[in-house]
Ligand binder design. Structure first.
Ligand code: FES
Ligand code: FES
Length: 155
């Protein structure tokens, strides 16, 4: 039986009807058409479906949509101010951290979360924090370089 829930997505309240077994990933991609939320494994291994749930990174394929009711969800669209990219997004571009781009929304969201902690992380701490997300193109160095560049500046 379907249930109507509210999600606050990038600051906008959205009502959506969900089945008890529908994941947050399914709802974001298939019902709300937010295709920036990627998926490869649907079982918690690739990290590509990462979004922020109440500011904490989660793998949206492992969360039931109904568990997220009344929560604030941030997708990559929530990181920029319209067409004005954040410092983090600019650093990804400058460092070549965006190649095929399939992993980029997940890495940007995880990077945003790290920077929002307002701590200075070492390279190895950043590498450790990113290890739940797979990138097949960059070798990760450019992504870590981008976070190191920005952590003194803010998002
Ligand atoms: S789709 Fe791979 S972790 Fe969610
Ligand atoms: S840029 Fe291609 S998978 Fe990361």
């Amino acid at each position: 039986m379907k249930t109507s829930i509210n999600l606050i997505i990038n600051g906008s309240k959205i009502e959506v009807s969900v089945l008890p077994n529908e994941t947050l990933l399914d709802v974001l991609r298939n019902k709300l058409d937010i295709k920036s939320v990627k998926a490869a494994c649907w079982q918690g291994d690739c990290g590509l479906c990462t979004v922020l749930l109440n500011r904490i990174p989660v793998k949206s394929c492992l969360i039931l949509a109904i568990e997220a009711k009344n929560s604030a969800i941030t997708t990559v669209e929530g990181l920029s101010d319209g067409e004005n990219l954040s410092n983090l997004q600019k650093a990804f571009i400058k460092n070549g951290a965006v190649q095929c781009g399939f992993c980029t929304p997940a890495f940007l969201l995880m990077s945003y979360y790290l920077i929002s902690k307002r701590k200075i992380f070492s390279r190895s701490e950043i590498e450790h924090s990113l290890n739940g997300i797979i990138c097949r193109c960059t070798g990760y160095k450019q992504i870590v370089d981008s976070i190191l560049d920005v952590q003194n500046l803010g998002h």
